[in-house]
Design a protein around this ligand. Structure first.
Ligand code: AMP
Ligand code: ZN
Length: 111
């Protein structure tokens, strides 16, 4: 989608600190990190949110989680994966993304 921020990052139109890229998935550092390591993992194809995962596109989620496993396994002590969906969860970018957080003890409370 032409106006979507993460589609534009995936297309290379907006710079990002990329940490992983393949044909279907991009991972890059969050511009406003909430933990010592805060990476966003996105499918390159536009999917609006976790509410829009279907049998047709769920393979993209699996691809994202393969990358999350690869990157997260390098984080000593473990990591957290978060996907905000819709306004109550505070989703600000309407392109499916998984926050990969780690590098320190994270807050026990999640909400
Ligand atoms: P969410 O609030 O779950 O939709 O997450 C969107 C995330 O995108 C936030 O954590 C932002 O800090 C991050 N973000 C917004 N713009 C950029 C950008 N240009 N590069 C990297 N991360 C960004
Ligand atoms: Zn998009």
């Amino acid at each position: 989608m032409a106006q979507c921020l993460f589609c534009r990052i995936a297309a290379g139109e907006i710079p990002a600190q990329k940490v992983y890229e393949d044909d279907a998935v991009l991972a890059f550092r969050d511009i406003n990190p909430q933990a010592p390591v805060h990476i966003l993992v996105i499918p390159k194809a536009h999917v609006e949110s976790a509410a829009c995962i279907t049998p047709e596109n769920s393979h993209l989620v699996a691809r994202c989680f393969q990358v999350i496993a690869q990157l997260g396994s390098q984080l000593e002590g473990g990591f957290r994966v978060v996907s905000n969906c819709g306004p109550n969860a505070g989703q600000t970018v309407p392109h499916l993304h998984f926050h990969l957080l780690g590098g320190a003890q994270l807050a026990v409370q999640m909400a």
